[in-house]
Ligand binder design. Sequence first.
Ligand code: ADP
Ligand code: MG
Length: 478
Amino acid sequence: MILTQTTHMPKIMTQNGISSRRSLFLDNLLDMAVFICSVLTMNKPSWNKQWQAVIDLLQQQLPKQKFDAWINPIEVKKVDNSLYVSGSSYFFINGLKADCGAIFEAAIHSVFGQNIVIKYEVNSTKVEQISKPKDIPSHIDGNVDPRFTFENFIVGSSNEFSFAACQAVAEKPGDSYNPLYLHGGVGLGKTHLIHAISNHLAQKPNMKIAYRTGERFTNELIKAIGTRSTDQFRENYRKVDVLIVDDVQFIAGKTSTQEEFFHTFNALHEIHKQIILVSDRNPHDMSHLEERLRSRFNWGLVADIQPPDLETRLAILASKAELAGITLDQDVSYLLASRITNNVRELEGALTRLTAFSHFIKKSINIEMAKSVLREQLHVVVRSITIEDIQKKVAEYYGIAPKEMKSSRRSRNIAFPRQVAMYASKELTPSSLPEIGEAFGGRDHTTVLYAHRKINDNREKDKAFNDEINHLLTSLRG
Ligand code: ADP
Ligand code: MG
């Protein structure tokens, strides 16, 4: 936009055009700007100068009072052959037209020529048009438990990374970690965390959250195919701001579900809508997952949850007891937390049983009661298997010496049973990959990971081998 020469009535540049209002404060600044602009626009026809001529004319023809009332407040803008005159309201525009419209338009025509078209408009309409749409309350489509929140999730070293990632996504969905892929064993708090994300997001406005299990997603799709309403199915998912799929491993191996999910994923990801996926294993270990989905699952952030350490288990137990309104003696807490090691759901289940029993017999919980009520559960865990037991039994099963589990020999008849033992150790004990590696002659954790993946793949490809491993695992569990 070009500023006009300001002889009688300096003009202030506004967003919409030129206001006739004068400001002493801006005079100097304007003079400088006018100078720069006039240099820049030299030899170009300037409508601003013509507008100034109109102002000069009107000042001569209108009493000062009318000029101040109707001409000072307007803003003008020239687009092609039209001159837009805007005022603050319809009332103002009508007043201008009624009070001095004829003189006003004649002055414009005499300067711009008869062909100029004068268009009146109201500033405030534009303001209204661009005003923000009203906030609407958020909505969760799916079964989300309102009791699962970030506040009642106990954080320890086994889950702090996943917890932080979930909080970041809940704060700024679609922003940085997309998709967020969370994986870990059964009962370790994955579902709790993603429900916490949903509950947190639901407190913000304008959030459409869809929460599905892989199974429900699949069933909905099958139904939609049956009723020829896949377009509607698609449409529903593409309108959401956040899509959460729990137990996504369920869709692996299901061709049309994967195909549909792939397109939904792309459509949402493209427009920066948040996708959160939860699984019992990491994307690499989902053998029947299509490659293109596997690669997408790795696009954002992959975070895992490990079984909690003793301190975290004790803290979880204390928090659950408090929520249930009961007090646990230290020795009871310790008994439970030290025996039930790799599944928080089981720990919670033990507490629920104990609480129910104490209510039934109307006695407070003590260590004897815990030992007797949870006899079976604690017994199983007492006999929980160690890596050494596994090494011994697997060596025996394959007819090799137990010391070969730690040796550096790599011949297949030794290396394979060793890989099976590593696999079983990962499946049956709460030990971490580095701990397992250490127990197998100080091997690196990546060796354990490789062994685990390999045995997993073989199990999925070869039914007889799968049966054999199942048999072995059952006998190891005792
Ligand atoms: P997953 O989905 O991993 O199988 P869940 O999220 O269903 O496990 O968790 C099982 C139970 O354990 C839930 O009741 C959950 O509240 C509880 N839980 C797991 N981890 C924690 C934790 N760190 N703090 C509090 N509760 C937890
Ligand atoms: Mg779950």
